[in-house]
Ligand binder design. Structure first.
Ligand SMILES: NC(=O)C1=CN([C@@H]2O[C@H](COP(=O)(O)OP(=O)(O)OC[C@H]3O[C@@H](n4cnc5c(N)ncnc54)[C@H](O)[C@@H]3O)[C@@H](O)[C@H]2O)C=CC1
Ligand SMILES: O=C([O-])CC(=O)C(=O)O
Length: 350
């Protein structure tokens, strides 16, 4: 009976609370036999369009030993489903605000895709009014329960939600700029795909730095720095820049009211989370683009290549040489970013 109770408690912490009251049973950390030691990861917004495939992919990650799935709806079903996968990570579900602290306690990495997505005709900034409050509440929980966790923010508008998270952590006295990262990986994933198409290469061989932020003109692909070294016609540069900057809108319009990118985003989020976990493990030379606290420009936050290590962001790389087209793009990006950052900061300080 005790073994069965323990397993049930992992699927639904509410069950373990009932058992504790009734029989004095303690919640024991029961890892699947053969499960390797690894990192504890929480996904907040785990029942959503991004959250579900992200949970699936993280359950397959051998670096994850414990996977906490938190949402305000549907986590029991998603957790039951994913927990049947015969990979070693132990999965637990958490439902609603009253279980947020249990979901976060002890986590090494917290990934946040919670919040509403765009519909056609909306900008990412149109999501601010709803998503700002969601991110603020979740980050207050992180500050309280796992202040040392690496935090990956996916919820839009990323250009503002990352400054919101920073302000919450500052207020709580837990802000560590190395541990807060806005996920701009999907811009890189798209840029690699579209550039590979133009060059006739396998996307795996292509590396396009994308800097700035994560909305429209703030998404700045540095096509002059593509690896392997290559050149583009002005027509190709215009086409690629426009397609990369508006890749999100392309998906929103194709989904015609049913949401925004979820599958490619889950893929990108896992690529990024996996890089963070490898870095936490101590692997060397882990470099990815991310939207972080930065001194690369005069703005307090900016996306550029960063080197990840055991403490999160170990080094923020400068932009490198830009051509005239990219310098003009940078000025436009900075202008819009400044407003979005300020809006996020003001939301918490008000
Ligand atoms: N950074 C990026 O590159 C990308 C960001 N996004 C953003 O990711 C967010 C999520 O997108 P989808 O998964 O498609 O949306 P969705 O609506 O399918 O899922 C969002 C989930 O968040 C949950 N949620 C709402 N309030 C919550 C709260 N207070 N605590 C925990 N969970 C809560 C909902 O119940 C839902 O399950 C959106 O803001 C979207 O704009 C989407 C694609 C790319
Ligand atoms: O476009 C959106 O609203 C979702 C998003 O951030 C992306 O797909 O890049």
């Amino acid at each position: 009976m005790e073994r069965i109770a323990r397993i049930a408690a992992h699927l639904n912490p509410q069950f373990s609370l009932q058992m504790e009251g009734g029989s004095g049973l303690e919640r024991v950390d029961c890892r699947a036999k053969g499960g390797s030691p690894g990192f504890k990861v929480a996904i907040l917004g785990a029942a959503g369009g991004i959250g579900q495939p992200l949970a699936l992919l993280m359950k397959m990650n051998p670096l994850v030993s414990v996977l906490h799935l938190y949402d305000v709806v549907n986590t029991p079903g998603v957790t039951a489903d994913i927990s049947h996968m015969d990979t070693s990570a132990v999965v637990r579900g958490f439902l609603g605000q009253q279980q947020l602290e249990d979901a976060l306690t002890g986590m090494d990495l917290v990934i946040i895709p919670a919040g509403v997505p765009r519909k056609p005709g909306m900008t990412r900034d149109d999501l601010f009014n709803i998503n700002a409050g969601i991110v603020k509440t979740l980050c207050e929980g992180i500050a309280k329960c796992c202040p040392k966790a690496i935090v990956n923010i996916i919820s839009n508008p990323v250009n503002s939600t990352v400054p919101i998270a920073a302000e919450v952590f500052k207020k709580a006295g837990t802000f560590d700029p190395k541990r807060l990262l806005g996920v701009t990986m999907l811009d890189v994933v798209r840029a690699n795909t579209f550039v590979a198409e133009v060059l006739g290469l396998d996307p795996k061989e292509v590396d396009v730095p994308v800097v700035g932020g994560h909305a429209g003109v703030t998404i700045l692909p540095l096509l002059s720095q593509v690896k392997p070294p290559c050149s583009f016609t002005q027509k190709e540069i215009d086409y690629l820049t426009d397609r990369i900057q508006n890749g999100g809108t392309e998906v929103v319009e194709a989904k015609a009211g049913a949401g925004s990118a979820t599958l490619s985003m889950a893929f990108a989020a896992v690529k990024f989370a996996d890089a963070c976990l490898h870095a936490l493990r101590g692997d060397a030379n882990i470099v990815q683009c991310a939207y972080v606290a930065s001194e690369v420009t005069e703005l307090p936050f900016f996306a550029s290549k960063v080197r990840l290590g055991r403490n999160g962001v170990e080094e923020v790389y400068p932009l490198g040489p830009l051509n005239e087209y990219e310098r003009a793009g940078l000025e436009k990006a900075k202008k819009e970013l400044a407003g979005s950052i300020q809006k996020g900061i003001a939301f918490v300080r008000k």
